[in-house]
Design a protein. Structure first.
Length: 311
């Protein structure tokens, strides 16, 4: 156990209760206001490398020689590194307490035809994912409707009237909650368990393979870059109603960018049994905005006092 401290131009990085790899859950990274993100990331990477090597008394050559010793890696160390890379637990909690995302979706239906739509996704973050409030407004050439999740319930809204969404629409909507990067970033808050399957090389990429099981026994497997600690893709299975065999879903993440200091994939591709069925592209995303609670309420439910989520 030990500690290391380094002030490096625009950042201060403090480590305490030093683990073997690669830095502890309570690592804090502070960015000076106005620093260019690309420059900041390069400085942070160099600062981390120098701090880590100095703290454990290793030269770069020794560090590389021992990097393949996966016995030193734990599921928590890998998961916590991912959390730090995406914006830190406290940073994500503060910045992504609510938000609005706009984008476009291309779907390929069962007949092979392409369907285009635009969407707006609003959310208010709860203490855990099951306490989140989410509203997905979708606009297609011939219709507009919304899917809303709150208090453990899902319903649809069209022209001011509620409806029960089709099973496939519900699976896709909830799949973005229970089987997404956010489920890994919030695994502690959600009470999920994680298990590191080891390190592998696929498609010329060095990967950590991490399994997550939430409290409802939903399982997701994450494929994490050993170089950047970004989630490159994930896999999970769902058995459709009336089907005898499960469908294998693969969600791949591309075009990573920073949005208000947190890492966001701006392009996501969904595969079902290795066949592409959907591609989503984020156009804009804004966090920490005023959000009316009424947007997530069922208009046919008993009236209650409404409030707003303040920025």
């Amino acid at each position: 156990m030990g500690w290391a401290h380094l002030s490096f131009l625009c950042a201060t990085i403090t480590f305490s209760e030093w683990p073997d790899f690669p830095f502890p859950p309570r690592t804090k990274i502070y960015q000076l206001e106005g620093e260019h993100p690309k420059v900041f990331r390069r400085l942070i990477s160099l600062a981390l490398m120098l701090t880590l090597l100095a703290a454990v008394g290793l030269s770069p050559g020794q560090a590389l020689a021992g990097a393949e010793d996966k016995k030193n890696y734990t599921a928590e160390q890998v998961a916590e590194t991912v959390v730090v890379v995406y914006g830190t637990r406290e940073g994500l909690k503060q910045i992504r307490r609510n938000g609005l995302e706009r984008g476009r979706v291309t779907r390929i239906n069962a007949e092979g035809r392409t369907e285009e739509s635009s969407y707006e996704r609003r959310f208010i973050r709860g203490e855990s994912s099951d306490k989140d409030k989410i509203r997905l407004d979708q606009k297609m050439p011939t219709t507009e409707y919304s899917l809303i999740y709150g208090s453990g319930n899902t319903f649809g809204l069209i022209n001011g009237s509620t409806f029960a969404p089709r099973q496939e629409a519900t699976v896709d909507f909830l799949g973005q909650m229970w089987h997404d990067i956010d489920a890994l970033l919030r695994y502690k808050e959600n009470g999920s368990t994680i298990n590191l399957q080891g390190k592998d090389k696929q498609k010329n990429l060095d990967l950590y393979i991490l399994d997550l099981t939430d409290k409802e026994k939903r399982r997701t497997r994450y494929f994490i870059s050993a170089k950047t600690f970004r989630v490159l893709w994930l896999e999970y299975e769902e058995t459709p109603a009336g089907a005898s065999a499960p469908v294998k879903y693969t969600r791949k993440f591309h075009d990573y960018r920073y949005a208000q200091g947190t890492l966001v994939p701006y392009r996501t591709v969904l595969y079902e049994n290795e066949k592409q069925t959907q591609e989503a592209r984020v156009l804009t995303v804004t966090y920490g905005i005023k959000m009316e609670e009424a947007l997530f309420q069922n208009p046919e439910a008993p009236a209650s006092s409404s409030s707003s989520a303040r920025p």
